[in-house]
Design a protein. Structure first.
Length: 116
């Protein structure tokens, strides 16, 4: 039997190496066959506990906005939260960070996830 997974990915899934600890899957379907995607979601629902959370708007610090030509990803809220957390919202640009009361490794680690 040819499953929807095989139609989409060209091979059977390898369930021997599959480890799921928790996952949120969001389908963004532009140009694909919606009936194939729906069938895949139904088949996944038979193997895993799933529920439809509606359209994605915010996930892992990334805001998602939809428009006719696609999607726009924005991390400004995450960046503002990191600046507020590190008390740098009013900081002025300098060549070298001057604040000593913060563990800079934590600040750098937080900002690693922002892409420009």
């Amino acid at each position: 039997m040819v499953t929807q997974f095989v139609k989409l990915f060209g091979a059977q899934p390898d369930y021997n190496n599959l480890k799921v600890f928790g996952c949120r899957c969001f389908s963004y379907n532009k140009g694909s066959n919606p009936s194939h995607v729906l069938e895949l979601v139904l088949q996944l629902g038979k193997k895993f506990s799933m529920k439809d959370l509606g359209p994605l708007h915010f996930f892992l610090g990334i805001e998602v906005n939809y428009f006719e030509g696609g999607i726009h990803l924005n991390q400004s809220m995450y960046g503002a939260e990191m600046l507020e957390k590190t008390e740098m919202t009013l900081a002025k640009a300098v060549a070298t960070p001057l604040a000593r009361k913060h563990g800079l490794h934590e600040v750098v680690g937080s900002f690693v996830y922002i892409s420009f």
